[in-house]
Design a protein around this ligand. Structure first.
Ligand code: NAD
Ligand code: TYD
Length: 339
C-alpha cells in the first residue's frame, strides 16, 4: 500500500506518519509538504533514512508537481492534512487559507481522478459546524449538524469539505471526511493554545488568555485522532463524514491554570487580552457514528495526555526553542504586542 500524506511535516500529519510506519511494516508513505512556517523538517529527521518513506517539498496547489508525484508513485490512498490551520492568522490574512485549503484540495482530487485512487481522505475539523452556546451542555455536533462557519479558516475548511462531497457525487471519487475536535500532543506548533502556554510558562512570560477564558474546546490526544483516520481509510464507508472527538470539554482558563500547576508556575502569569474576533464559544463532538460503525474510542484520558505532552515539551526544548527564536518572534509581536 502506498499512501500520500500531505502536510506531514506539521503537527497531526507527522504524528500520523509515525503511527502508520509503526503499525504497518509494508506500507510506503510519501509526505508532500510545502514547508510553510508550520512545517518542520526536524520533526521528520528520525524517519528520513527509512526506505519506506519519501519526502517531497511540494505545494499541493502546484498541479504539475502533484501530477508528477502521482505518476511516479501510483498511490492507493491520499490523506490530506495540508492546510493553513491557525484561526488567528486567517483573521489577519484570509487569502492563503482559500488557496491552500480549497484550491489545493481541488488539485489533489483532480490528480486522484486522473490517475485513479482507492481512497481520498480529507482531514477536516469540527469548526465547520460553527459553535454551540455555553448554556446548552446537552447540544453536540453530529454529522447532520448544518455547516455554519465563523472564521475564514473554518470557512475555507467547510468549502473544501463541500468540494470533496461534490467530487464524490459528481465524479464518483471514493472519498471520506473526518471532522475532529482540537488536538494536543507532541510536535504541536507553539502558536496554538496548549504549546504556547507551556512554552511561555517555561520562559516565565505572560500567558495571554483571550476574553474571559470561558471558551470551551473538546480536546483529543493526537494519537487517538491518527488511529481514527487509520480506521476510516481502511474501513470507513465511501462518501461518509465521521466526527472524531473525545467528550473532553474544557474551558481555556482551566487548561491554562492546569499548565501553571503542572509546571509549578504562578497563576499571576495569566494575562487577559482582547478577545479573538468572532470567537467561537464552544465545540463539542458527538462521536457515536465512528464508535458504532468502526469501533473507535479515544484511548488517552486528558490527565494522562497532558502529562505526556508537557513532558514532551520539557524533553524536546530544542524543537520548540528553535521555532520561537526565529521568524515566530515577529509573529508574536504582531499578534500580541498591542493586544
Ligand atoms: P499544522 O499547521 O501544524 O501543519 C500544516 C502542515 O501543512 C505544515 O507542515 C505545512 O507546511 C503544510 N502546508 C501548508 N500549506 C501547504 C501547501 N500549500 N502545500 C503543502 N503543504 C502545506 O496543522 P495541523 O494542526 O497538523 O492540522 C492538520 C490538518 O488537520 C489541517 O487540515 C487542519 O485543518 C486539521 N485539523 C486540525 C486540528 C487541530 O487541533 N490542530 C483539529 C481538527 C482538524
Ligand atoms: P487555538 O489553539 O488557536 O485553537 P482553535 O481556535 O482552532 O480552537 O485556540 C484554542 C482556544 O484558546 C481558543 O478558544 C482561543 C484560545 N486562545 C487563547 O486564549 N490565547 C491564545 O494565545 C491562543 C493561541 C488561543
Amino acid at each position: 500500500m502506498t499512501i500520500i500524506v500531505t502536510g506531514g511535516a506539521g503537527f497531526i500529519g507527522s504524528n500520523f506518519i509515525f503511527h502508520m510506519l509503526k503499525t504497518y511494516a509494508d506500507y510506503r508513505i510519501i509526505c508532500v509538504d510545502k514547508l510553510t512556517y508550520a512545517g518542520n523538517m526536524s520533526t521528520l529527521a528520525g524517519i528520513m533514512e527509512d526506505s519506506r518513506f519519501r519526502f517531497c517539498k511540494v505545494d499541493i496547489c502546484d498541479r504539475a508537481k502533484i501530477y508528477e508525484i502521482f505518476e511516479d508513485e501510483h498511490p492507493d490512498i491520499v490523506v490530506n492534512f495540508a492546510a493553513e490551520s491557525h484561526v488567528d492568522r486567517s483573521i489577519e490574512n484570509p487569502e492563503v487559507f482559500l488557496q491552500t485549503n480549497i484550491l489545493g484540495t481541488q488539485v489533489l482530487m483532480d490528480a486522484c481522478r486522473k490517475y485513479g485512487i482507492k481512497r481520498y481522505h480529507q482531514v477536516s475539523t469540527d469548526e465547520v459546524y460553527g459553535d454551540l452556546p455555553l448554556d446548552r451542555p446537552d447540544l453536540f455536533f453530529t454529522e447532520e449538524t448544518p455547516i455554519h462557519t465563523s472564521s475564514p479558516y473554518s470557512s475555507s475548511k467547510a468549502g473544501a469539505d463541500l468540494l470533496v462531497l461534490a467530487y464524490h457525487r459528481t465524479f464518483g471519487l471514493p472519498v471520506t471526511i473526518s471532522r475532529c475536535s482540537n488536538n494536543y500532543g507532541p510536535y504541536h506548533f507553539p502558536e496554538k493554545l496548549i504549546p504556547l502556554m507551556i512554552a511561555n510558562a517555561l520562559n516565565d512570560k505572560p500567558l495571554p488568555v483571550y476574553g474571559k477564558g470561558e471558551n470551551v474546546r473538546d480536546w483529543l490526544y493526537v494519537e487517538d485522532h491518527c488511529k481514527a483516520i487509520d480506521l476510516i481509510i481502511h474501513n470507513g464507508r465511501v462518501g461518509e463524514v465521521y466526527n472524531v472527538g473525545g467528550h473532553n470539554e474544557m474551558a481555556n482558563i482551566d487548561i491554562v491554570k492546569l499548565i501553571c500547576k503542572k509546571l509549578d508556575k504562578p497563576e499571576s502569569l495569566i494575562t487577559y487580552v482582547a478577545d479573538r474576533k468572532g470567537h467561537d464559544m464552544r465545540y463539542a463532538i458527538d462521536p457515536t457514528k465512528i464508535h458504532t460503525e468502526l469501533g473507535w474510542l479515544p484511548e488517552t484520558k486528558f490527565a494522562e495526555g497532558i502529562d505526556k505532552t508537557i513532558n514532551w515539551y520539557l524533553e524536546n526544548r530544542k524543537w520548540w526553542e528553535t521555532i520561537i527564536s526565529g521568524e515566530y518572534q515577529n509573529y508574536y509581536e504582531k499578534m500580541y504586542g498591542n493586544r
